[in-house]
Design a binder for this molecule. Structure first.
Ligand SMILES: [Zn+2]
Length: 446
């Protein structure tokens, strides 16, 4: 692979490459995708850079991929076609802000799809049907609570995988671990330190990425069965200077190459994963809780004073998810027509729907909420829901039907079940709030 030392700066000159405008930002800036590789390649990989406008090194790394490999891409990756979204948030990057022009954090908008930018990404994924998505970010090496202990993060790269337990995927734990190990050792041979994405909370608790479905990693994996990898490069510090900046761009570029290489060598895992279409009675995980590991998590961090590497043990390490609720899929969900916001969101996600046959009586299940313990935090689902399930025969006037036997139909359970931790009911503007002694308005068609 070309290991050039000069940094080709992004000069907007991707015109010699095949490219396409796939949509526009809120401020009507183009969202541009550059394609590399043969159009008929069996493996399609979509790389998203710059959802957070203030993370420029990820954007530079994808430009590096284009300028370094460019015309020779086919010879390295004969089975791969990539689509690279150069800047997912051009309004944010223009203003050097994390959010878009309307203040929306795009990587927290993949469930509601309120922004033009995330909506464009989802439209593109539905049309182009990638087998793998890589979401490229940067993260700060300095965290106030770690600095208070004279510690800074000194990994070059963090990688993480989809973690929501409802995600159906053929890339399960064994290949995931092998994937991570291979990428780590490829990068280590180039002197880059790569770890699984790890958050140290001010409380000292340590975890990996959350199972919530608001980010690209979990949302795109759940909705389209497309394995989505998070690739975070550390932001270089000022004292690391130009060499430090080059080091991080190079780390992210090499990580992209290592990922493409591994995926090309294991392409069946990724092409097969797209095939799952749910059927009635499939069991879907809708609630889980973190479970603590027996052993502390040991992480090497840099001492900001001595500049030496310290191995720090964190006893409160929660790497596991214990599933606390499964639900059996009905044949469809029936949403009342007056729940316009819910219907709008399901449509933004491209779910197919149909109007009911008015002459037909359907057997449906409905929920009666008996008691509930509301969350004290905004946009969080309630904790203890006691529910009664009833069955009745009903004509579904004033409902719209979302069948589950469609691509990603199992996500409907995550979005619509009242006991789902990541249900749409958690958002106040959905008009779906879960109150004691009420009927939950969405029905399960049996
Ligand atoms: Zn980010």
């Amino acid at each position: 692979m070309n290991n050039s030392n000069t940094i080709p700066e992004y000069n907007g000159n991707y015109n010699s490459c095949e490219h396409e405008t796939i949509g526009f930002s809120g401020k009507r800036r183009p969202l541009t995708v550059v394609y590399l590789g043969h159009p008929d390649s069996p493996l399609r990989i979509f790389i998203i850079a710059g959802q957070h406008g203030d993370e420029k090194y990820g954007r530079k790394a994808v430009i590096r991929l284009i300028t370094s490999l460019g015309n020779s891409f086919n010879s390295y990756f004969p089975s791969v076609r990539v689509a690279i979204l150069l800047d997912a948030n051009p309004d944010g990057s223009f203003r050097k802000s994390r959010t878009n022009e309307s203040g929306i954090d795009l990587n927290r908008d993949h469930q509601r799809l309120d922004s033009d930018e995330t909506l464009t990404i989802h439209h593109f994924v539905r049309a182009w049907r990638p087998h793998l998505i890589i979401d490229v970010h940067n993260y700060p090496s300095r965290r106030r609570h770690l600095l208070a202990k004279n510690l800074v993060i000194n990994h070059d790269l963090f990688i993480d995988f989809p973690t929501n337990p409802a995600i159906s995927h053929s890339v399960d734990d064994t290949p995931k671990n092998e994937f991570l190990k291979t990428i780590q050792s490829d990068l280590k041979s180039l002197d880059f330190i790569c770890e699984r994405y790890t958050i140290v909370k001010p409380s000292g608790r340590v975890r990996h990425s959350t199972p919530d479905v608001i980010d690209a990693r979990n949302s795109l994996s759940l909705r389209y069965n497309t394995f989505t990898v998070l690739l975070e490069g550390r932001n270089p510090t000022r004292e690391e200077g130009k060499a430090g900046r080059e080091h991080i761009i190079s780390a992210q570029y090499q990580a992209l190459c290592a990922i493409l290489k591994w995926v090309q060598e294991h392409q069946d895992l990724f092409t097969d994963s797209r095939k799952y279409v749910p059927t009635e009675k499939d069991k879907i995980a809708i609630r889980s809780k973190y479970r603590r590991a027996d052993q502390p998590f040991r992480m090497s961090l840099k001492n900001s004073i001595t500049k030496m590497t310290d191995v720090v043990a964190f006893p409160n390490y929660t790497p596991y998810l214990e599933i606390t609720k499964y639900i059996e899929l009905p044949s469809a969900y029936a949403v009342p027509l007056d729940k316009t916001k819910v219907i709008e969101i399901l449509r933004r996600h491209g779910f197919l729907s149909q109007f009911p046959n008015h002459s037909k009586v359907e057997r449906v299940e409905y929920y009666i909420i008996q008691s509930v313990k509301p969350s004290t935090r905004e946009n969080r689902s309630p904790r203890k829901i006691l529910i009664l399930v009833k069955t009745e025969q009903k004509r579904l006037h004033n409902f719209i039907i979302f069948p589950i036997n469609q691509e990603g139909g199992h996500s409907l359970a995550v979005f619509l079940e009242p006991e789902s931790k990541y249900g749409l009911h958690r958002y106040n503007n959905m008009n779906l709030s879960i109150m004691p002694n009420t009927h939950y308005p969405i029905l399960r068609v049996l």
